[in-house]
Design a protein around this ligand. Sequence first.
Ligand code: MRU
Length: 359
Amino acid sequence: MKIDGTHYRSIWFDASDHSVKIIDQTRLPHFFDVLSLTCLDDVCHAIRTMQVRGAPLIGAAAAFGLYLSVKEGNLPPEEAGKLLLATRPTAVNLQWAIARMLDRISEESNSEAKNRTALATAQAICEEDVSNCTSIGLHGVGLVKEIAKAKAGPVNILTHCNAGWLATVDRGTAMAPVYQAWEEGIEVHVWVDETRPRNQGASITAWELGKQAIPHTVISDNTGGHLMQSGQVDLCLVGSDRTTYRGNVCNKIGTYLKALAACDNDVPFYVAVSVSSIDWDSDEIPIEERHSGEITSIQGLNSQGILDTVRLTPEGSAALNYAFDITPSRLVSGLITEKGIFSADEPGLARLRGLLNTD
Ligand code: MRU
């Protein structure tokens, strides 16, 4: 996406110094810092601390982490894969990317070939992600167009967390249909859930929509139900960190409550998901539990223009910080994928899988 006239991906390989560049998402929206990752440890740190986050981007970062590890030559690739896998448990893209990288690297017999193949595979994962997100946008825009035809004024879309450009390599999953609609001249307006505790909506989604000049309004996480009851939401669009073969959707904590409110108010609730975020083997989803400090404190820009963290809760109050929840398939109107829109159930996903097998 473009930032002040310059096109950026959220991750890229810099051939001039053989490093991997990322945008430090812990500093947005106040500071736009590009970081250089030069070794496996840098990548593990970036994923764990959420300098990079969002399921497809985590997968792409892990792929580059394996490349950097192969280049370093200190660790067997399988061991590097285990370290990467331990950084965050929920997004299945991490597993998917590591398995694909290990598979390709194991086909090569000498270190030079392993190095070359690792870089080429990581880059291919990035290119595919961009193309998948573009296709998700093209399939999803039809839903926005249908609503636009039937009403006057903008199509009001509610989203949770950040499933935009910065959660992927480019373009986004849930935000891809929004970008596509906007580029086709369809009037849209996005309700952006702030997404406590880490505020990916308020800090990242709002920032990237603003940079594309897309009308949006940040709302507290508790507002969506009221907006839906009062007819102010036409469509909910969210991403997913892991969708199971049964159509159950794991996404940022709070997504389930939005799906319940959408169901109660007949608001369509669609999940935009790349095939790399689908778990074809299991319906069990490990839910990440993060540090309670993310609940008891909040980060923002202080009056001196410095990023600061302040305490919200009384000293001594316990806090519980689950990072994701599961929206049952029955609450999902459909899955927007790079292959089209599918029902969120076993037959729908089996049909999608069948299409993949014929590619
Ligand atoms: O904890 P995060 O910020 O990595 O969680 C991200 C999400 O929950 C996104 O909605 C998800 O990855 C969408 S996929 C583009």
